[in-house]
Design a protein around this ligand. Structure first.
Ligand code: NAD
Length: 414
């Protein structure tokens, strides 16, 4: 059973509502909230379309026991902020299912959810992997529904959808140094560029700028790899089992070799000079940059006094609570907000769909490096002048971009 709130604005179909919702993403009501109940398991699923632009909204689908409408709504708003900050001609949405992804029935539940959401997935909502839902699983579900791939709503708009699908798949599956695929590393690469942009803006040398990273999965692992490659010592990384510390810098490629599918490092094969510390020790590490890349609400008023870093770069969504961010600001520690620092994967997927980047990783890396570093420099510029929180400046940028987009013609997928 599906219930719907916030129907599309009177006078137009949902598809025709461009830049729906006011341009202030922070305060505007979502365009739509849908609740679905699985007829077999009773699990509930949620779709929130925060904003449509050109009749399209983008955002992943997550599955976790305890997932709520509020969580999905916050994440949809975050997606709207990311697309606006990176000036993408598409709005923000999110899907979520309150179900254990390790339950044997998880794939069937996801299939029924997507079947129920089909009108949105067919025409308006471009979804992708998220917590508990790997990309291959959602693509299999789409294939069974006859929608080919989770970017279907965008790809079907192309004049030759089969050609566009091949082009997009070539980009997602392009191999990169380190043995991974471009689509898997690009988000972490973007986080690394946020750190490098900040170091550049403040004149910090790579070789003497130390980094501590909470989480060594897709985002944290990718960020660690590219920061290490750029010459920054990664002095601490944490996974769900604890913190690994080496004040001279960790051998990141070697550690990544020891990761399992859940982003946990095999302790039995650790080099002897790596110290093992409690899990939360990463927050208090003596490093210049702290990158929370695992859980939401990692930095709270309780642990702000422990933060030793001079800057926080949010790879995880909602990594810092608003109160903690204000306390950090009082200590003159800026926070590069999630919807800037971790938006690389979302922005890149749309650059790929729009034909701005291709299967050559160099083109993608160049574009993301340029866009991320210039945004971070701009945000830190305002902070340096009068202490304006980076999040505030980023919201202003997002709203200004949305206003311009409202005047633009519809999106064109080549
Ligand atoms: N993957 C993406 O494309 C993407 C994009 C934007 C934002 N994010 C956000 O980034 C965060 C991480 O996502 P991911 O895809 O890298 O996840 P992941 O599952 O690949 O990795 C998570 C990592 O965090 C570790 N971890 C879990 N709980 C921990 C804890 N309490 N303390 C320390 N480490 C812990 C895990 O061991 C693992 O190393 C999430 O908030 C996610 O929403 C991910």
């Amino acid at each position: 059973m599906t219930t719907m709130e916030n129907r599309p604005a009177a006078g137009g179909t949902a598809a025709g509502t461009r830049a729906a919702g006011a341009t202030d993403i922070r305060t505007s009501e979502p365009l739509l909230r849908l609740t679905w109940t699985d007829p077999v398991t009773g699990a509930q699923g949620f779709l929130v379309v925060h904003t449509l632009a050109s009749g399209l909204a983008t955002g992943g689908t997550r599955m976790r026991a305890g997932c709520t409408m509020k969580e999905v709504e916050d994440l949809a708003r975050g997606m709207a902020a990311k697309t606006a900050t990176f000036d993408l001609p598409v709005g923000g949405a999110k899907g979520g299912i309150d179900f254990d992804p390790k339950d044997a029935r998880a794939a069937e539940v996801l299939g029924r959810f997507c079947q129920a959401m089909r009108p949105w997935l067919d025409a308006h909502w471009v979804t992708a992997e998220d917590l508990g839902v790997p990309q291959h699983l959602i693509d299999e579900v789409f294939d069974r529904l006859g929608l080919e791939q989770s970017y279907h709503a965008a790809i079907r708009r192309a004049p030759h959808p089969e050609r566009t699908l091949r082009r997009v798949q070539a980009g997602l599956n392009a191999p990169v140094p380190g043995g991974l695929l471009l689509g898997d590393v690009i988000g972490g690469y973007g986080v690394a560029q946020a750190c490098l942009g900040a170091a550049g803006a403040w004149g910090w040398e790579h070789e003497t700028t130390t980094v501590a990273i909470q989480g060594i999965g897709t985002m944290g692992g990718g960020a660690a790899f590219y920061l290490h490659e750029a010459g920054m010592p990664i002095v601490a990384v944490a996974d769900a089992a604890g913190t690994l510390y080496r004040p001279e810098g960790l051998d990141v490629p070697a550690l990544l070799e020891l990761r399992d599918a859940y982003g946990e490092i095999d302790r039995s094969r650790l080099p002897e000079d790596v110290q093992q510390l409690p899990r939360d020790a990463v927050i208090a590490t003596d490093a210049d940059i702290l990158v929370p890349a695992a859980i939401s609400y990692a930095v709270t008023p309780d642990n702000v006094p422990d933060v030793a870093a001079r800057m926080v770069v949010e790879a995880a969504n909602s990594a810092t609570t608003p109160e903690a961010e204000a306390m950090l600001a009082a200590r003159e520690i800026p926070v590069i907000p999630d919807f800037v620092a971790n938006a690389g994967a979302a922005a890149w997927a749309w650059w790929l769909l729009l034909g701005y980047v291709d299967a050559d990783p160099a083109t993608s890396f160049h574009r993301l490096r340029t866009e991320m570093q210039s945004k971070v420099a701009m945000l830190l510029g305002s902070w340096d002048v009068d202490g304006t929180p980076l999040r505030e400046t980023a919201w202003q940028l997002a709203s200004a971009n949305r206003e311009v987009l409202a005047e633009s013609p519809d999106v064109s997928i080549p």
